[in-house]
Every structure is written in C-alpha cells, then in structure tokens.
Design a protein. Sequence first.
Length: 267
Amino acid sequence: MSSTAGPPALERKRRLAFFSDVAAVGGRALRSIRRDPEAVIPALVIPVFFFVVNVGALQDFAEGIPGLDYKAFQLPVAIIFAVTGMSRALVVVSDIQSGYFDRLAITPVNRLSLLLGLMVADLSMVVLLTLPVLVLAFVVGVRFETGFLGILAFIGIAGAWAIAYSGFAYAIAFRTGNQAAVNTSFLLFFPFLFLTTVFLPKEALTDWMSTMAGYNPVTYLLEALRSLVSGGWDSGALARGLGSIGGVGALSLTLALLALRGRVSRG
C-alpha cells in the first residue's frame, strides 16, 4: 500500500518545494526593490515623458489622419517604454559578484525557480508601473473601447511582453555577471522600437519603413495593445501580438535558461 501511495506523495512534495522556492526567490527580489528605487523611478518617468512629448509634438500633425486618436495611439508606446527591460537582472549580477549565487546554487533549491522567482517579481513591478501611465492617459481623455476587461487584457499583454524581453537581460546577467553588460539589454531594444509604428500608423510610413515595421515583432505588439484601446476585440491583432511575444519569449527564455545552466555548472 505504501508503495502505491509513495510516488504521488513524493510528487506533491516536489511541487510544493518548487513553488516554495519560487516564492522565496521572488519575495527576496521584491524586497530588493525598496532598496533600489533609482532602478524603478526612471522606468516611470521616461514613458510619461515620451507620452507627453510625442502627443504634444505630433498630435496636430496626426489629426490629418482620419479616425486616429493620437493620445490613444501613443498610450501603448508609453507602456512599452515603461515595462521593457524592467527586470531584477542586476540583482543576479550583485549576487554573482558577492558569491551569494554560488552558495545558493549548491543548495537543494530548484534551478528553474531561480529564474521564475525573479520573473514573478518582474511581473509585479510591471503591473505597478503600468497603473500610473494608465491614470495619466485617462486624465487626458483616453478611453478603452473594450472596457474594464480590455484594461486587464492590456496590462496582461504588457506584462507578458516584459517577461519575454527580460529573458535577454537574465541571459546576459547569468552569462557575464557584469552590470554594464546587463544595462545594454535595454539599449538593444531601441532600434526595434523606432523601426516600427511608434509615431505613425503603418499606412502613413514610407515604403521602406513600412517594410521594416512589417518584420518587426514590436509592430504587432503595439497593434494588439492599440486594438484594445481603440479598435475593440480584434482577434487577429491579438493573435499576432501574442504570437510575437511568444516568439521573442521562446528565444530569450531559452538563452536565459542555457546561461543559468552554464552559470550553475561553472559554480
């Protein structure tokens, strides 16, 4: 009787231990945010700055495009600025440099939880960062065609993108253990953002820019977010947006897991 009951009980213990490890790593990462506010404040100031400047500079010009609410058009851009690159990868670097990570790696803690716990903390930060930007948008008159459920979907998609892109930062952190190298992970995003529909709809771009935007996954991410604000529940736009997130996430998280495995092996 004990032989038949043993394996399920052992599997339950393993699951509980895994979730406990994720909670412990995530809780520690969240607590570190209070000691590192300078890493969070720019992530809020920069998107608000770009939202105000872009709307102020280009709204009159954009009024010539029929049916375009430029404030609503720019809201997803501000949100993407807020959440892209937001990760606790610098905590990983600090732990590697202090030797804490090597000590952690020789404990029974689940290796996957070392990454997932950090990403739980990242997701919590992302949700908190989107709220002030959304409030600003509501103050200036932006309204969601999809209602409250659309707002939740908007935050969820933004969070999914943040987690997908954060894999690159973690891959660099685990691989190099270098703070300067990790900081470049956000700079790599800039070409992807500006070679897309960040300022104007695709049909208003020049031919070569429109072609570049068509190959850019960020274009479809912005399209999905904009559909929730202005276009209603567009299943095609949402599917393309989620597909682009999935593609970027598959690449970045694979790199992060390989780098984590390499770091643990070297440790």
